[in-house]
Design a protein around this ligand. Sequence first.
Ligand code: GCU
Length: 682
Amino acid sequence: SIETGIDGWLRYAALPADISSQYRRFSSIFVSENIKTSPVYTAGKEVQDGLRRILGQEVGISFEIDSNHTSAVIISTIDTSPTTLSTAQVPKLKEDGFWLNTQAENDCIHIIGQNERGALYGAFEYLMRLAQGNFEPVTAANNPSAPIRWVNQWDNLDGSIERGYGGLSIFFRDGEVVEDMTRVAQFARLLSSVRLNAVVVNNVNANPKLFSKTNLEGLRRIADTMRPWGLRIGISLYFDSPREFGGLPTSDPLDPDVNNWWTDITAKLYEKVPDLIGYTIKANSEGQPGPLTYNRTLADGANMFARALKPYGDGVVMYRAFVYNHHLDESKWSNDRANAAVEYFKDLDDQFDDNVIVQIKWGPIDFQVREPPSPLLANLRKTKVAIEFQVAQEYLGQQSHFVYMAPLWKEVLDFDMRIDGKPSAIRDIVSGERLNWSRSGYTTVLNIGSDNTWIGHHLSLSNLYAYGRMTWDPLSDPTSIIQDWTRLTFSLNKTVVDTVTKISMESWPTYENYSGNLGIQTLCDIIYTHYGPSPGSQDGNGWGQWTRANATSIGMDRTVASGSGNTAQYPQEVAKIYENIETTPDNLLLWFHHVPYTHRLKSGKTVIQHFYDAHYEGAAHAQTFPTEWAKLKGLIDDSRFENVAFKLQYQAGHAIVWRDSVNNFYHGKCGIADEKGRVANY
Ligand code: GCU
């Protein structure tokens, strides 16, 4: 049934007959490619399916166009566009871009891709308009903001998924790639519809058994399944593979045998996957070996993989900047994990090969409920970068709570880094525009699984949709994104759209209120689960997600004047704002400054009273979510209604647990009573 969730936002629910009957009737769908592996062919099939489901029109596909065609949908690339068709009016398209013209001559619709993938994107764009009952004429080019629009799955070969909350892997089971590719194709369809172009299929904490003969064959299967959807695959590599898997005495990146080993593996991979998009590398991070283990630089490590990929064309190395010491000594006031990325990478700026991209988590620590943007995003000039988001709600409630992340991402992407005192919005840095890079962009930790919801919570799938929309066009408005998603996923009914939009837009501030305020981070368990309140777990260990809370004061001092000097890693104008407690925004106060609990915020409240109030407000607001949702009973299918109702009820209850745990913890620490006299009753 279309209500299981598997189709996500691509349900193509039938429009009411009085609406669909107003639309034109098509004579045929013309497709320029008759090869099943081509995304243009896929586009034709998708349009056929969509017209049937949305409008109830049964339209045949033809691979040959006759010159007096009328009322046809014509799908092609710029190069394969039929001669009868005028492409003169199509402006120059960027890679993956498309032209959609619903008012072409002879009552035709033209969908023209810059490449085959673009044609498929255009088909989805057209269908998603129809599915929303949007019959507005359109004649426009549509181009991506950046060429790299990837997702990272953290799937393990045994079928488990690191930080995955939507069931077991759709790719792997019991050490091998699965046989049945049904879910892989369905997944590819969803990704392609929001114009994402690559998937890294295995965990960044990678296992070299991926290179076994059966698994290489399995990777071929995955790539073959995804290719018709315009998707390419990449894989994560384990740095020490030559030593641990290849029987070599070392994995030193400058050792010729090690280089040969990777060259050989790369050749084997390309034999199975000729359009492999590249490698993702997590090295010298959280106990992983890496070039530093062999006294080489991170650039030496990255370039070794870059050289192996070079002969095959456009493959890239996504080298993760998530390099830090997780045995950091908290007793030293100047120690700061947030400094690590710039310290490790800045001086290597001119040393990376051309096909290396440094992949940078959006914040300096680790996907917290609020962080400033990573300063590394403003420190690399020659080295191209990709920003890393996390659709998997690891620190944001793990899909047992719902947080719609588009507003968070928008804040990050709109942030102006003021590189050299000039406008430098992060969206323009990662698009490559600001520093003139040819290849840069986006990736996200995604972690979908074999659950019907894909991700563990029906509402949370909106984050994948929104991620695609924002990477294509970072100026998109999070409110209209969620409205579109809701119409496509649930219903065109106004109450449904308004309710889901309201809950979604309120979800991040609500979660921030009950989980961690003023830039103190998500106060969850840090050691293992990253779930549930555990404000005591932040400090007293080497992970460096510290709060430095004691009986009188709290916060990380990241100033140059008296702390870790982290503020100086930002370009001057930004550094100045964060160095000064007066100009630091309240919501990042404790990220940058260590202050007494009695310190007064710009709001006039003390820090401790803000904690108490925010936790009460957040928990109270979470109670409104199930009540709001209850209005949708009968307006959407029961199965998804009940599922979400249960989750929101759970979240409401757990928000109270959060409130009381955090408030009691700080009350216990500082002994300052809540001005409003509230006490948790257990
Ligand atoms: C987080 C996450 C880990 C993951 C790591 C990474 O710390 O909890 O599970 O391995 O990020 O991004 O590499």
